[in-house]
Structure formats: C-alpha cells, structure tokens
Design a protein around this ligand. Structure first.
Ligand code: DOR
Ligand code: ZN
Ligand code: ZN
Length: 437
C-alpha cells in the first residue's frame, strides 16, 4: 500500500523539518522522499493548506476498561483518540480490576490492537489494587507490556512504600507517573480554594494538596534515581518545583492539561460538575505560571487526563459528581488556540509537547517522521474555526466544560501505521460498516 500526502506543511521538529513537501508512505512506514510517483500511489491525500505532523502521544487517558465500560471502553476511547489526531495513549490503571496484573495489562493491549485505531499502552498500578500497601511486580508488568507505573487517581500516601516503589522503578528502568495529592489535606474538597469556592459555598482544595506531594516525589526521585513524570500539574509551585528538580539534575518531567492552561476557577459559572476535575481549575496566577512554564520548556508535555463519566454521574453538581472531564477530542484545538495563536508556542513547540517529548519520555519510537519510522500521522487544518459540540464526540463521555467554545484547529486525517483511521469526521470502522450495509 502506497500513500502520498501531497503539498502539506510538514512539521517534524525531531528532524528539523518545517516545510511544504510531499510525504511518502509505503507498507505502513515513512518512505524515502520521491520513492514512488504519483501514478504509483494507491491513495493520494491532498494536504494543500494543511499541517502534517507526527501523530500525538497522550501520556494520560482513562479508558475505563475493564470494569467501567458504561463510561468508556477501549473501542470508544480509541475512537476518540483517532478523532483527536492521537496515535498513542497511555491508559491509566484505575480500572476494575485495577491494572495490577500481567493478565489485565495483556487484556488492555490485546483489545487496543483489535480496535486498531490508536496504540494503547497500559500503565500498571504501583500497588496491588491501588490500595497503597503492597507493591506490584514491576518486572512482570513490564514484561507483559506495561509502559510505566502509576497510582493515578491518588497518591501512594505512605512515604516509605513510595520510596521503595521508586527504587524498584529505577531497578526495572520503568517510568513512574505521579498523581500528586495529599489525601489528608483534601478533606472533602471539590473545587479550588478561593473566592469562587466561597461564592459557591463548596469545600476547597488548596494548592498545598498538590505541592507537598510534588515536592516529596521530586526528592524521592532525586535520591533513588527514578525517572519521574508529574501528571496534570496545576499550581504555580508545581512549575517552580519542576524548575528546581531540573536544576538539581533530577530525572523529572511534567505535563499540563489543556483545561488547566485554558480555564481558571473564575470561569466556573455555577455549581456545574462539567468544571470539576482533579486537580481542580486553579487561580489566574496559576494559569499564567503554567503557560510560562510551557513557554520556557519547564513543562515538556501536554496530555489530557481524558476522564469520561456518564451524563447521569455528572449531573449531580460539584459535591456529588466524580472528578474528571474528557479531553482527547479537544486537546489539539485548545492547545493551538490557547498557545500557538497567542504566540506562547510555535507550531514546532506544540508538536514537541504533544508528540516528540511524550514519545521520548516513555521510550517509544514515535513523534518522528524520518524514513523508516511507523507512519503515525495527523493532518490538521489550523484555519478552520468551529464551536465545540460534545454531541459529536466519539467518546462515551460528553463531560466537558468546553461545549460551545469557539476554537481554531480541526483534525482532518489520522493515520496509524500507514492506514487512514480517521478522515473528515469519519472513523475507518464507521466507513467499513457503511460499506457492509
Ligand atoms: O479528574 C480526574 N479524573 N482526576 C483523576 O485523578 C482521576 C480521574 C478519573 O479517573 O476520573
Ligand atoms: Zn490523576
Ligand atoms: Zn488521570
């Protein structure tokens, strides 16, 4: 199978490429420039006026499978990824059962392969059942295909247990992805502490909830030599702590989610759980510092923390709804609109944060359009303006605060291993189904 992507603006920062050119794909991989003629191509994609980028790599999604299939499945989550130009995802382990065994790791991988819409890379739990006591078998989990370990959804609160986890991660050369939240300090909080919280009469989550554990984890990583990746950083101090960690030479990287750099708690209109996630939307100063951290390279990754929940669950207001919003189908548009249009990041910078850096951090051979690399590609129109409509999401979760927001940047095509899995609003699987009818 030969595909020619014609006349697109290719943004491939891993190879210092930012130019209008043709891209040749043969048997699933990037082929040499000019390796076949137009006439020889099985398919020509006209990318005139469009961006051609390495597919995005989202280090943080919840696919809810196994166990919470009413919220999302590997199929629907993969579909959402393909729509968002995301060709690899790290699936967090807070499933039922928890992804703490080789068996569950293999289940997620197999299901992901069967769907064939995005590379699904399972993240295994740090402790058995995510109960915070007994460490899982990192070696066996890695062997089964776990890409990293994380206790996401919470922190391992016992510091000695977590230090052991870091040692074990370092020994097994496994990345540890940290959700930083001091459980005792949360104390029933559901929204950022501050004016908005008082106005709505809800229990607050102070910044220290995140900051004290972020600091703890950085020092543990420094001492044990573990590779630490900080999930969904939301506070000013988190950015400063990452800066410090890098200065000290520790192996620490960090991600910011689109909701945390797009909205502050001041944007919460009322007691609407579409704005409820963990960590919460923070203050304006925090948002400003997160954006600065993205701009100056301190924060290397944009990931979504795609956290689908049912409509029923999210109807119950801040106090009673679960934390989390979906993100896979809006991440590129939000990042482009909020960071590139405003001059915080260049297009190359955006591709670095959404594809190149995350690939490097988890050690996969993606985020790169050099000859011989797997043809995981996304093609976008940055001139297309539209209003986000959650009813159009392929994810089961429609829980987003971004419905009705006007953004710029639409994903037009997504290719996975040289196969078009999404084009102009339609998934490969939908197209095949239509053909069969
Ligand atoms: O908002 C969140 N949702 N934060 C988390 O840490 C967990 C996630 C979920 O699993 O729903
Ligand atoms: Zn988390
Ligand atoms: Zn998460």
């Amino acid at each position: 199978m030969k595909i020619l992507i014609k006349n697109g603006l290719v943004i491939d920062p891993a190879n210092n490429i930012h130019e209008k050119k043709n891209l040749f794909i043969k048997d699933g991989t990037i082929a040499e420039d000019g390796s076949f003629s137009e006439g020889e191509a099985d398919r020509i994609i006209d990318a005139e006026g469009l961006l051609v980028m390495p597919g995005f790599v989202d280090l943080h999604v919840h696919f809810r499978d196994p166990g919470f299939e009413y919220k999302e499945t590997v199929e629907t989550g993969s579909a959402a990824a393909a729509c968002g130009g995301v060709t690899s995802v790290c699936a967090m382990p807070n499933t039922k059962p928890v992804t703490d065994s080789a068996e569950t790791v293999r289940y997620v991988i197999e299901k992901g392969k069967k769907c064939g819409l995005t590379n699904v890379l399972p993240v295994a739990a740090v402790t058995v059942g995510q109960e915070g006591r007994e460490l899982t078998d990192f070696g066996a989990l890695k062997e089964a295909g776990a890409i990293a370990v994380s206790e996401d959804g919470k922190s391992v609160m016992d510091i000695v247990t977590y230090r052991e986890a870091m040692k074990l991660a370092a020994e097994n050369d496994m990345l540890i992805m940290a959700h930083c939240e001091e459980r005792e300090l949360v104390n029933g909080g559901v929204i950022n502490s501050g004016e908005k919280q008082k106005e709505l009469g809800l229990a607050g989550i102070g910044s220290s909830v995140e900051d004290v554990i972020t600091a703890r984890d950085i020092f543990l990583a420094g001492e044990t030599g573990a590779r630490l990746h900080l999930c969904h950083c939301s506070t000013k101090a988190s950015v400063e702590l990452v800066r410090m960690a890098k200065k000290l030479g520790y192996n620490v990287t960090a991600e910011v989610c689109p909701h945390h750099f797009t909205l502050s708690d001041e944007d919460i209109p009322c007691d609407d759980a579409m704005y409820k996630m963990n960590p919460p939307l923070r203050g304006r100063e925090d948002v400003k510092t997160l954006i600065e951290g993205l701009g100056d390279g301190t924060m290397e990754v944009i990931s979504t923390d795609h956290a689908p929940h049912s409509a029923e669950e999210k109807q119950k207001g801040f106090s009673k709804s679960p934390f989390g919003i979906v993100g896979l189908e809006t991440s590129f548009a939000l990042a482009y609109t909020r960071l590139v249009e405003t001059g915080v990041l260049t297009l190359d910078g955006l591709v670095e944060k959404m594809s190149v850096n995350p690939s490097r951090i988890i050690g996969i051979d993606k985020g790169n359009l050099a000859e011989g690399k797997p043809a995981d590609i996304c093609i976008a129109d940055i001139n297309e303006e539209y209003v986000i409509n959650p009813d159009e999401f392929k994810s089961k979760g429609k829980n987003t605060p971004f419905g009705g927001m006007r953004v710029k940047g639409r994903i037009k095509y997504t290719l996975l291993n040289g196969q078009v899995v999404f084009e102009n609003g339609t998934l490969k699987s939908e197209k095949e189904q239509r053909k069969m009818q």
